[in-house]
Design a protein around this ligand. Structure first.
Ligand code: SF4
Length: 312
């Protein structure tokens, strides 16, 4: 990390290089007699910036001063991105290590019944991806045990885009009940399945933008679908557990009011190689220790490091 003094020096250096580079190609073009009109406009503009009026009838030659002609090694140095100091929470690495230790047994509901465990391993790839998306749609505002039960009932009938579209709403409602907001979910599942059949050949889209455009699919589901169904870490999947714990541990620079705000804040500083791990780690921690109400601070390895522990 560079000091403010060094940073200022770098800024100056980059500014000089930028000016130099922006003029270089124009100078070459002019020398070859190409594209004279834009060049003259540029010269006039340059004169104007200096506060001089062009002399009528006299073509004034603008000397293009190359302020910085670097060797290859120097160019590499100068074009390195500036290191901007990034805020990061105090003690986050120790807090994370403690959470990993508390989660080492992998015995939280999410470890046995989470989205990775709800699809049919023997189904064709695109059917597996559809089942991943469906289990994510069912999981919002719903305990893992309830989601897993609904997925079992659906899979027992053969869970594909076609089978869902052929199931009437009443039957689908009975199959997924008692997942949270099951009536809305019946509607969303039907609408999303119809879109997948019409536009994606029965598969699910492979981008966050397309996933969140589907009815009933939010950013957390989209990032998890990208990770589980496509093996791509596209962002941090933030649900209520991650949102709550990140704020309790002050892992966001400011207090955040929504999971999306928390995701953006975490992605500002958390090393990218940890993004894929955070959801499962914190969801299980939130299910077992850092509970929504009455967190078990006495049993938490982070008690001495947690800014919220003393006030709970
Ligand atoms: S000390 Fe309490 S509030 Fe803080 S992380 Fe641990 S369980 Fe959560």
């Amino acid at each position: 990390m560079c000091s403010p003094r060094e940073s200022g020096m770098n800024t100056l250096r980059v500014a000089r290089v930028t000016r130099s580079r922006s003029r270089g190609p124009r100078a070459g073009s002019r020398g070859r007699g190409e594209d004279p009109v834009p060049l003259r406009r540029a010269e006039a503009a340059a004169e104007g910036r200096k506060g001089h009026s062009p002399v009528k009838g006299q073509r004034k030659t603008q000397r293009l001063h190359v302020a910085y002609e670097a060797s290859d090694g120097e160019k590499d140095e100068s074009t390195k991105p500036l290191k901007v100091p990034v805020w990061e929470p105090q003690d986050w690495q120790q807090q994370l290590a403690n959470i990993r230790a508390m989660r080492s047994r992998k015995d939280a509901p999410v470890d046995q019944l989470g989205v990775e465990h709800c699809y049919d391993l023997h189904a064709p790839p695109k059917v597996r991806r559809y089942q991943v998306l469906l289990s994510l749609m069912l999981s919002s505002q719903t305990k893992d045990q309830v989601t897993a039960g609904a997925m079992q009932r659906l899979r027992a009938r053969g869970l594909t885009v076609d089978s869902i579209l052929q199931t009437d709403d009443g039957t689908l409602g009975k199959l997924i009940y008692p997942v949270g907001f099951w009536r809305n979910k019946v509607r969303y599942i039907k609408q999303t399945s119809a879109i997948l059949q019409q536009h994606y050949g029965g598969d699910i889209p492979a981008s966050v933008a397309e996933l969140v455009a589907l009815p009933g699919v939010g950013p957390k589901m989209a990032h998890l679908a990208m990770a589980v169904a496509w093996g791509t870490v596209s962002g941090i999947a933030v649900d209520t557990h991650v949102h709550r714990i990140a704020n309790r541990l002050r892992w966001t620079e400011k207090v955040t009011k929504s999971p999306e705000e928390t995701r953006a804040s975490l992605e500002e500083w958390l090393p990218r190689e940890l993004w894929g791990e955070i959801n499962g780690l914190l969801v299980g921690f939130g299910q077992q220790t850092c509970l929504p109400v009455h967190p078990r601070c006495q049993a938490c390895l982070n008690q001495a490091l947690c800014p919220t522990a003393r006030r709970l």
